[in-house]
Design a protein around this ligand. Sequence first.
Ligand code: HDD
Length: 714
Amino acid sequence: MPSKKPDAPRNSEVAGTQTPDRANTNAKLQSLEDVRSDATGQALRTNQGVRIADNQNTLKAGARGPSLLEDFIMREKITHFDHERIPERIVHARGTGAHGYFQSYGKHAELTKAGFLQDPEKITPVFVRFSTVQGPRGSGDTVRDVRGFAVKFYTDEGNFDLVGNNMPVFFIQDAIKFPDFVHAVKPEPHNEMPTGGSAHDTFWDFVSLVPESAHMVMWAMSDRAIPRSLRMMEGFGVHTFRLINAEGVASFVKFHWKPRQGVHSLLWDEAQKLAGKDTDFQRRDLWEAIETGDYPEWELGVQIVPEADEHKFDFDLLDPTKIIPEELVPVTPLGKMVLNRNPDNFFAETEQVAFCPGHIVPGIDFTNDPLLQGRLFSYTDTQISRLGGPNFHQIPINRPVAPNHNNQRDAMHQHVLHKGRASYEPNSIDGGWPKETPAGPEDGGFESYQERIDAHKIRQRSESFGDHFSQARLFFQSMSETEQQHIIKAYSFELGKVEREHIRAREVNEILANIDLKLAAAVAANLGLPAPKAGSVKVKGSQLKQSPALSQMNHLGDVGIKGRKIAVLVADGVDAGSVDHWRKALEAHSARMLVLGPTSAPVKTADGKALAVDASMEGMPSVMFDGVIVPGGKKALEALAGSGLAKHFLLEAYKHLKAIGFAAEGKALVDGLGLKADKGLLLGDDQKAVDAFVKAVEGHRVWEREAAAEAVPA
Ligand code: HDD
């Protein structure tokens, strides 16, 4: 877990400081400030600056007559409106963003010369966009899907984009297959269904025919694909990259983001319900956390492989369908990222941000991973139609804090007034400027890593990319029993939606049977397919039997229940002292407590006072919370026992294995619901009960309850 490192100032503090190290952060904040439009106290005007007297009525020939073409005010307004939408991203269309900063833990000069990784005093501004892959811009947040985890570092040597996912591998090995994969996973072309998910024929048709996808599909069927919160996801650069030091020595690295909030997921039933109850569940969660000062933090780390060890593993480092197990190469922490500011405008920032894995800075370089190589082309290319031309780097959110003078000119939406007559190099008219910077440690011009290549030009996949099942098996066998059951259920659910039986059978017999026979047999049984035979592929197996780092159960984080959402159910007659007691207890752990009533109206406490509620139990159902408290007050407890809404809330929270704390007098309510006390269902509000409740929320779910919860309808 994250080591203790000096605390960095928040962006707001940064803005006020004057030290040279912070100049770039200030510059980034200032560059956004310069384009911010605040209309407070301003007259309504046209785009040409003319003040508008009437914004209610079109210019007409008579009060009941036709509208006049001459009405430039109406025409300008409607024309602009008609063009407000831009094409959504081909993939990762649904997303949400946040600003923050990155701070290095120290000088990592032996590893890289990248400036932002040299100095713990340096604050590098970042913008992060999280996303789902399959669905359109308006799709639900909680679908089963990979999550994008893209970070733009505005370093003083240029922008560095780490465009990763919350899973460390990918579906395909070569970029030329990306359009095929995306066409297969996207909604089907004839009826544009389903929105947001992979439970349909074309996806399973493709992946069951493409065994290299086996490992990534395993991740997609695991709980990683339904994160509890964007704050609670790991991030991965996926490909092997290179870091290069000032002496030109390169190391292979895999990038990792480790969330201090732990790695936690929704249950599938919750994810499905949330898709209806709150389509924006995850963007709201991130937004509210930042607004309330619960700034999420990740530690950036790398797995480092010296060049000499390139061929030491039983897989190819260039193959993006493989991880380096953390037990073989541990993650070395480099620094931390804190997200501490919400965007001012979704479109201007989150929608217009343009990431590209090809945006790197001196000290970082690519490898020959054929998926990465294709990505280097695709991202800039796609912005040309999405953002309307090659000047998208001039959009404020994309502008580097480093200067970017060159001889690229004109094109759509040019915002820069280039001075001078020479837009070519070399020139003698403008003094030869702008000039190249020599490569090397003193000067710092970018120089590509000088890799020796001696090869035939050929369309061929390396044989070292041929083992598709060993790591898929390692993943399944590293899961806890609970996680394995979730994976079995996910395959069964998704394949159950596949109409064509030959596709289901192929996935079971030709993919799953090669990964793990227990998995294949369980899925086959759920689908009513004959029991599969052992797979036909000779799988060599992994260097390791298990990799504990792959199980989420081993990533509980180190911030306790900070930022977790706890519902407190109240009704008329509630004991105000009991509510206060829990408020203090939860505040002490920096959890977020929300009081829920039968309606949104205040309730009357036992001593006759009004107690404001934050929402009704219907408005904020149990699926939105991490734990529930039922405070004391005889009348209130009776009212809850007689309320279908409250009973459903509690049974559902129980079924979803959440911590529930009842005041001691709530015993009758617990009995009436037919529930039994366990590690997370607690009676009493003494310190022991408070501690047990906090511990249960910290553990995220009361897994021991799973069997008992099966029987509860909700
Ligand atoms: Fe990609 C967007 C991550 C393979 C082509 N990709 C996109 C985003 C993320 C990723 C996080 C959203 C960025 C944002 O928030 O704006 N993509 C990945 C990862 C991959 C990957 C981790 C494999 C390791 N992608 C990949 C390939 C190609 C693309 C192989 C094409 C050859 N990806 C794109 C794109 C997108 C994109 C079409 C759509 C919108 C955009 O780029 O800006 O160019």
